[in-house]
Design a protein around this ligand. Structure first.
Ligand SMILES: C[S@@+](CC[C@H](N)C(=O)[O-])C[C@H]1O[C@@H](n2cnc3c(N)ncnc32)[C@H](O)[C@@H]1O
Length: 257
């Protein structure tokens, strides 16, 4: 199949056409069973998990032995997905919490939900790409870092000097949702897609878990954030969504680079 292309078709017919062990990195932003749109509705949790495990089985086959997988979902669904991936011999690396500081939900019978989950798994336990220096985060305390720059800080008998590019990336990621960043005169604008993901977040996954020229699978592409960021960062991509209007949007977005 041709790479750097968006395939407008059902996820299962698309996955069946891909070559086994050809993907370096899979970024999967699937339905969550939250009724966000008609594609996000399942009769039961079992139906949802049958759909989910069916595409996951195919993705596992398509990953190279050194490949990595990131999958978004709710915390509840992620617990079941984690269990399933583990049972299939995939290697658990992180439960990443996307903390949506600006999120709004009005729950009065339990704590308000302000997060989504991203599971990070690799096919091999030891041999996989992880470019920790490409995704460093700013240190919190400027003053402490400035003081440490010249003489370092004494830690366990050794002198520690701050890295000029920041600290190693943690598993709690703070990004505002796209819906709340796109405002006009203080009001949120109606979007062409209900659930686009922030570019900064997808870029972090691509930078960490792939190298220039690698092949990134953008499954359930939506507005094509993963395909777009892959192209921007010099990776190849292969993307799929079954909605013609979204596919048109993705092509426009990709061609804008
Ligand atoms: C959560 S959204 C992805 C959003 C995307 N990450 C972004 O940043 O724009 C899920 C997408 O899956 C697509 N989808 C749902 N069921 C599908 C299926 N069976 N085959 C292909 N695409 C499907 C929907 O059209 C929707 O755009």
């Amino acid at each position: 199949m041709e790479v750097n292309k968006i395939y407008c078709e059902d996820v299962f017919s698309f996955l069946d056409k891909l070559e086994t062990a050809s993907i370096d990195l899979a970024i999967i932003d699937p339905p969550y069973n939250l009724n966000r749109d008609q594609w996000d509705v399942f009769k039961t949790v079992d139906d949802f998990m049958t759909f989910t495990t069916k595409y996951l089985d195919k993705v596992i086959d398509l990953l190279k032995p050194t490949g990595s997988l990131y999958i978004f979902n709710t915390a509840f669904n992620s617990a079941m997905i984690l269990n399933y991936l583990h049972s299939k011999g995939m290697h658990y690396k992180n439960w990443i919490t996307w903390y949506k500081k600006d999120g709004f939900s009005a729950c009065r019978k339990r704590f308000c939900n302000n997060q989504e989950t991203i599971l990070f798994f690799t096919k091999s336990d030891k041999v996989f790409t992880f470019n920790c220096d490409d995704i460093r985060m700013p240190y919190l305390s400027d003053a402490r870092i400035k003081a440490a720059q010249s003489k370092g800080i004494l830690k366990n008998g050794k002198r520690w000097f701050p890295n000029p590019n920041g600290k190693l990336c943690t598993d709690v990621w703070e990004f505002p949702s796209v819906r709340l960043t796109n405002k006009k005169n203080g009001k949120t604008i109606k979007q062409k897609h209900p659930t686009p993901k922030p570019e900064g977040m997808i870029e972090r996954m691509i930078l960490a878990s792939s190298n220039s020229g690698d092949l990134v699978l953008d499954l359930f592409s939506g507005t094509g954030t993963t395909a777009y960021c892959s192209k921007k960062l010099g990776r190849n991509f292969i993307a799929c969504d079954n909605n013609k209007d979204y596919c048109k949007l993705i092509n426009e977005r990709i061609n804008s680079i």
